[in-house]
Design a protein around this ligand. Sequence first.
Ligand code: F6R
Length: 606
Amino acid sequence: MCGIIGISSNKSVSSSILNSLKKLEYRGYDSAGLATLSDGVINEVKSEGRVDSLEKNFDLKNLKGNIGIGHVRWATHGIPNSVNAHPHSSHNVSVVHNGIIENSTTLKKSLISKGHNFKSQTDTEVIVHLITENLRSSELELAITKTLKQLQGSFALGIVFKDIPDLIVGARRGSPLAVGYGPNENYLGSDSYALKSMTNKVTYLDDGEFCIVKKDQVLFFNEQGKKINKKILELSSNEANYDKGDFKHFMAKEIEEQPTTIKTGIKEYVDNLNKDISIFNFPWNIDEINSITLIGCGTAYHSCLMAKYWLEELTSLEVSIDIASEFRYRRNKFKKDTLYIFVSQSGETADTYAALDLCNKNKMKTCAVVNVIESSIARDSNFVLPIHCGPEIGVASTKAFLGQILVLYILILKISSLRKEIDKDQYHEKIKDLKALPSLIEKTLLHDNDIQAISSTFNDAKGSMFLGRGFSYPIALEGALKLKELSYIHAEGYPAGEMKHGPLALIEEGMPVVVLAPRDKYYKKTISNMQEVIARGAKVLLITNKSDNEVVSENIWETIEVENTNDDLLPFLLTIPLQKLAYYSALKKGYDIDKPRNLAKSVTVE
Ligand code: F6R
């Protein structure tokens, strides 16, 4: 959430900063800005809206300066406009910030009493004035140490100084920040994605640390301002994946990439020779684990819920799931025999990270299921299971969801087999079915024209509901989330059996309702619930799997039949039409599919 870039070079930096901001835009896109230093002047330019507007409004190519910082914003304090856009500057300091300063009101009052003038409604501006104030009495490193001590809350910072024109200061507490190393230049970035096009050599700052980035040198300091040494890591890079190719949107591309996501996941974890699942270096003995808690946010939370159903079906382990923002503030009873699994595409989600941190502080067993293996959540977990789906750029998660549930399913199958809760034949049968999944997804992706046609009805409606039972319930939640975040249509996911306890009152003539009723053990029950909504006027889109038996129900508006596989794997297939429904609905409305309003890809504030 919010993106930061800083470049210290021996040549002009404005074009490179602009290119990086375009890459970072998925982290926030309500305003953008940059500041360079040249001839003893801070050149600050900022604009409401996308990076494109910044480019249109200013002649950035001629903005001089070999050192600069840039920012894309996702508003926390203050409305999205050009005044609240970053950088924020005083006469001698300019700052870009990602995070929230919790004591900004108190600090602001005290700074105003010392004669500082504020221009914006942001919490960030207090940082600018605090540094300016502290620089009056202290040298740079001490002024930074003092400032960071005065700040409460979370931050990643990039700071430039008019009077110290050869360096950028970076600082991290709670929000990720990395340093990158290039030829005759060095960088600061809120994530490695922004840096990858310039370098594959990076160092991640840890909480409490700050750094000084010059074109030919980087120095690191701990919270006390003492110099420290840090490791340089090499990133794996695959630039090709950052391209939309022939697709109109990243989301469309990412939906179509899902057979590859699943193929890659299977290749990583399934040992073809021995028809077994290989999870290398699992750090615990399976007998040490008697319960599993899964934690995530949004779509990743739906993956946790999916895993709960599978774990209960395939093991006798105790299972609980939690939304990270709730878990982190509850009085949890930490148990030594619990495995805590953190699910996150970005690996940077602030709430999920805080939940992990809490578990680490309580010395729990922690495992991360992430896409970005260099992320904070991956680095700070005891064990990492990457989902290997490549960069996901569309803000709405699609292939990462399938990647997450794949890895979780594989882990659960393995645990079940190690605990001898599944017999060998059944285990091998399920692995065989898993290997057939990519081609079934390919076939399910062919449902395109029918979903395009159906999507108009959703666009004309006041709201919609997504119903499912058992394994289909998490998918109903995910389908509703996708539709609301992309096409801004009110959509609710519900357990089908729960409708009569209240939500049925919402059903009125012509309301589109998606019913997920694959022919699993819940089928008949779900079909009964479907009839209840049809009887009250709902227009039902039934999504089921192919079968020789016809669906016994009248007045179904539309039916989509996905391919057939074992019950465990049907959720993968049911997800596809729902992703497409959300995509086509937003496309028809002309909304910005890859960057839905008010959202951002990497949610690094709580
Ligand atoms: C919805 C979506 C979000 C994320 C959530 C967690 O399409 O993408 O709900 O799933 O913000 O993000 P990660 O997985 O990066 O922790």
